[in-house]
Design a binder for this molecule. Structure first.
Ligand code: ADP
Length: 482
């Protein structure tokens, strides 16, 4: 890693074919952490060629073997929690305590898919209604995958894709986000301590995402792309996938409403803080809009401001930090512009925190009230520590406001009346609904959205499906197999 050999292709660590490198920095203070290889289209072609060549043998390994590899990786990740947490905190800026949480979550995907692999490969055997055909189905790996991950969860976003790919028997090319490649590289080093042949997993670190991804798409070996990131890039990858009918899984942007009814329990504010400020709001399931019943809106806002004011804003690696910096200065500019626009249009600032001085890309945790419904801070994904509180008058109005978005990833409903909470949850056009809880992430649940928030599900009983396809054997009804 020190000599910038951060491309892992066909079982070997390599420098970029162009010799180019890029610097990975700590968003808490702008300091340089490491130099990574700036992979090229040529490197990407080599990576997908290696994945293609490794596919037949890896797909033919036993399920038990692949599950064992994953269990070994799970143990290694847990054993290296401290080191990985430091790395995540350094390159993403999130507090170490949250990085430790991410490792638990990221590791869950590895053990979950080790278990899933042993349960999900069952085919079927039956006869058609006319009694003329015997039907035999089997589950097979879809083939070499391109896995593109974002920077907000440098470990968990990788394991959520890589673990099911490995479990299913797929080989892959992983392209981690350029802001956070170091955790992914360390994960692959840990994977290499398991029994994984060359070419099964390849990693291309790069600042040239579009060129690298185009080179992978140009290969006939590619059968699947799994992407987590912005809706705009997801759309671009869907268009690329259409040319060769490559299978897709897309986890795209959200705009999560957080509904607070007049009978919500007092701990709704704890749920609000988790849903809003985990990773400084840089999560696609982050609460984006607090929709609060008119009767309790003032009291809720006051408590939310109280909770915001107790958050310690600081560097990711400092002990006791609750909210770290945003990922980079571009992100700070984007959030600042959104807030300024809302304030110019009439939103009131109920709270704005202080941020540490220095080079870090901090944005102050902020609570806004009465942001106009057409302002970007309300309509678009904020991806920062800014809460907007908007009032609703009744249940129908709440659902109408909540569903008035093209995004459909996560939503939250808080009400002591469980039948109301469930009724509202069912009316919400979102893939994930937290009912009286602000934390919904677990490897055991299907994560994914409706509308522009994506296609497919990751984790849960559905996550492995994304990496499998079905083959049907048609046999004469009197074939001697039964
Ligand atoms: P963000 O703006 O949050 O970084 P992006 O969608 O730009 O979200 O990035 C998510 C991932 O997609 C990152 O790994 C990034 O490098 C990659 N990416 C960005 N642009 C492209 C592209 N044109 N083709 C393929 N991958 C891309």
């Amino acid at each position: 890693m020190l000599d910038a050999k951060t491309l892992y292709i066909d079982g070997a660590w390599r420098a970029s074919s162009s010799g180019a490198t890029f610097t990975v920095t700590d968003p808490s203070d702008g300091s340089a952490l490491a130099t990574a290889a700036d992979g090229t289209a040529e490197d990407a072609s080599a990576a997908i060629a290696a994945a293609g060549a490794a596919q037949p043998a890896w797909g033919a390994t036993s399920i038990a073997h692949r599950a064992q590899v994953l269990r070994g990786l799970h143990a290694a990740v847990i054993a290296h929690t401290e080191e990985l947490a430091e790395l995540i905190a350094a390159e993403s800026g999130k507090p170490v305590s949250e990085a430790i949480g991410e490792i638990g979550y990221g590791a869950q995907f590895i053990s979950w898919f080790a278990d899933q692999a042993t349960q999900a490969f069952h085919g079927e055997h039956y006869t058609d209604p006319a009694g003329t055909t015997r039907i035999l189905t089997s589950r097979r790996p879809v083939g070499p995958c391109l896995l593109i991950t974002p920077w907000n969860f440098p470990l968990a976003m990788v394991t959520r894709k890589l673990a099911p790919a490995l479990a299913a028997g797929c080989t892959s090319v992983l392209k981690p986000a350029e802001q956070t490649p170091l955790t992914a590289i360390r994960l692959i080093e840990l994977l290499n301590e398991q029994d994984v042949p060359p070419g099964v997993v390849n990693v291309v670190t790069t600042t040239q995402a579009r060129e690298v991804s185009a080179a992978v798409f140009a290969s006939p070996a590619l059968r699947k792309v799994s992407f987590t990131g912005s809706t705009a890039i997801g759309g671009e990858l869907l268009r690329n996938s259409s040319h060769r009918v490559v299978s897709t899984s897309m986890e795209l942007g959200g705009n999560a409403p957080f509904l607070v009814f007049d009978d919500a329990a007092p701990d709704v504010v704890d749920g609000a803080i988790v849903a809003k400020l985990r990773n400084g709001g840089q999560s696609c399931i982050a609460a984006n809009r607090f929709l609060v019943h008119d009767i309790v809106a003032d009291e809720f806002t006051e408590k939310l401001v109280g909770a915001f004011s107790r958050m310690r804003v600081g560097t990711g690696r400092a002990v006791g930090t609750d909210v770290g910096p945003l990922i980079d200065s571009r992100a700070v500019e984007k959030v600042s512009a959104m807030v300024e626009q809302a304030v110019d249009a009439g939103a009131r600032v109920a709270y704005r925190a202080e941020v540490p001085a220095g080079q870090g890309s901090f944005y102050p945790p902020t609570v806004l009230i009465d942001a106009p419904l057409n302002s970007p801070v309300y309509r678009d994904e904020v991806f920062g520590p800014v809460a907007t509180v908007t009032r609703f008058t009744d249940e129908h109005h709440a659902v109408e406001l909540a569903n008035d978005t093209q995004a459909g990833l996560a939503a939250y409903v808080f009400s002591a009346d469980l039948s109301r909470a469930l009724r509202v949850a069912a009316a919400l056009d979102f893939g994930i609904v937290g009912v009286n809880r602000g934390f919904v992430s677990t490897a055991a649940a299907p994560f994914g959205g409706t509308k522009t928030s994506g296609l497919g599900r990751e984790g849960g009983l559905h996550g492995l499906e994304e990496y499998l396809e079905t083959q049907y054997l048609s046999l004469p009804v009197d074939s001697p197999i039964v």
